[in-house]
Design a protein. Sequence first.
Length: 100
Amino acid sequence: MIKTNHYTITKESLPIHELIGLDVEIVQSTDPAKKGVRGKIVNETQRTFIVETKNGEKTIPKNESIFQFSLDRETVEANGKDLRYTPIERLKNGGSMQHV
Protein backbone atom coordinates (compact mmCIF):
# COMPACT_ATOMS: atom_id res chain seq x y z
CA MET A 1 0.00 0.00 0.00
CA ILE A 2 1.21 3.49 -0.82
CA LYS A 3 -0.17 6.35 1.25
CA THR A 4 0.00 10.03 0.49
CA ASN A 5 -1.88 12.98 1.90
CA HIS A 6 -4.41 12.66 -0.90
CA TYR A 7 -4.99 8.96 -1.53
CA THR A 8 -3.94 5.40 -0.79
CA ILE A 9 -3.00 2.85 -3.44
CA THR A 10 -3.83 -0.74 -2.50
CA LYS A 11 -4.00 -3.92 -4.56
CA GLU A 12 -7.75 -3.43 -4.82
CA SER A 13 -7.55 0.17 -6.01
CA LEU A 14 -4.45 -0.16 -8.21
CA PRO A 15 -6.31 -0.19 -11.56
CA ILE A 16 -8.01 3.16 -10.97
CA HIS A 17 -4.88 5.03 -9.95
CA GLU A 18 -2.23 6.80 -11.94
CA LEU A 19 0.58 4.27 -12.33
CA ILE A 20 3.26 6.67 -13.53
CA GLY A 21 5.97 6.83 -10.89
CA LEU A 22 5.44 3.32 -9.54
CA ASP A 23 8.22 0.73 -9.48
CA VAL A 24 7.36 -2.27 -11.64
CA GLU A 25 8.82 -5.58 -12.79
CA ILE A 26 7.58 -7.68 -15.69
CA VAL A 27 7.21 -11.17 -14.20
CA GLN A 28 5.69 -12.83 -17.29
CA SER A 29 5.52 -11.86 -20.94
CA THR A 30 4.83 -13.50 -24.26
CA ASP A 31 8.08 -11.79 -25.34
CA PRO A 32 10.92 -13.48 -23.42
CA ALA A 33 13.11 -10.37 -23.81
CA LYS A 34 10.64 -8.36 -21.71
CA LYS A 35 10.49 -10.80 -18.79
CA GLY A 36 12.50 -9.48 -15.87
CA VAL A 37 12.53 -5.86 -17.05
CA ARG A 38 12.28 -3.64 -13.99
CA GLY A 39 12.20 0.05 -13.36
CA LYS A 40 9.90 3.00 -12.88
CA ILE A 41 6.87 3.70 -15.06
CA VAL A 42 7.51 7.08 -16.67
CA ASN A 43 4.62 7.15 -19.14
CA GLU A 44 1.49 5.21 -20.01
CA THR A 45 -0.64 4.89 -23.11
CA GLN A 46 -3.80 2.93 -23.65
CA ARG A 47 -1.82 -0.17 -24.59
CA THR A 48 1.71 0.28 -23.19
CA PHE A 49 3.83 1.31 -20.24
CA ILE A 50 7.11 3.13 -20.77
CA VAL A 51 9.50 1.86 -18.10
CA GLU A 52 12.74 3.67 -17.24
CA THR A 53 15.35 0.98 -16.58
CA LYS A 54 19.07 1.12 -15.86
CA ASN A 55 19.57 0.61 -19.60
CA GLY A 56 17.14 3.26 -20.81
CA GLU A 57 13.43 3.36 -21.56
CA LYS A 58 11.59 0.19 -22.56
CA THR A 59 8.11 0.06 -24.07
CA ILE A 60 6.12 -2.79 -22.57
CA PRO A 61 2.79 -3.84 -24.14
CA LYS A 62 0.14 -4.32 -21.46
CA ASN A 63 -1.73 -7.15 -23.21
CA GLU A 64 1.20 -9.53 -23.24
CA SER A 65 2.58 -9.05 -19.73
CA ILE A 66 2.01 -9.65 -16.04
CA PHE A 67 3.33 -6.82 -13.91
CA GLN A 68 4.50 -6.78 -10.30
CA PHE A 69 4.13 -3.40 -8.61
CA SER A 70 5.94 -2.41 -5.43
CA LEU A 71 3.59 -0.57 -3.07
CA ASP A 72 5.72 0.23 -0.01
CA ARG A 73 5.95 -3.11 1.86
CA GLU A 74 3.47 -4.89 -0.40
CA THR A 75 3.87 -6.26 -3.91
CA VAL A 76 0.91 -6.68 -6.23
CA GLU A 77 0.80 -8.69 -9.43
CA ALA A 78 -1.60 -7.55 -12.13
CA ASN A 79 -2.41 -8.90 -15.55
CA GLY A 80 -1.73 -6.20 -18.13
CA LYS A 81 -5.08 -6.98 -19.76
CA ASP A 82 -6.70 -5.59 -16.60
CA LEU A 83 -4.68 -2.37 -16.92
CA ARG A 84 -5.54 -1.59 -20.52
CA TYR A 85 -6.68 1.90 -21.31
CA THR A 86 -5.75 5.10 -19.55
CA PRO A 87 -6.32 5.68 -15.82
CA ILE A 88 -9.47 7.75 -16.44
CA GLU A 89 -10.92 5.08 -18.71
CA ARG A 90 -10.16 2.39 -16.10
CA LEU A 91 -11.89 4.51 -13.47
CA LYS A 92 -14.98 4.90 -15.68
CA ASN A 93 -15.07 1.10 -16.11
CA GLY A 94 -14.98 0.53 -12.37
CA GLY A 95 -11.36 -0.61 -12.24
CA SER A 96 -12.24 -4.28 -12.08
CA MET A 97 -9.13 -6.41 -11.92
CA GLN A 98 -8.46 -10.08 -11.41
CA HIS A 99 -5.43 -10.46 -9.15
CA VAL A 100 -2.85 -12.89 -10.43
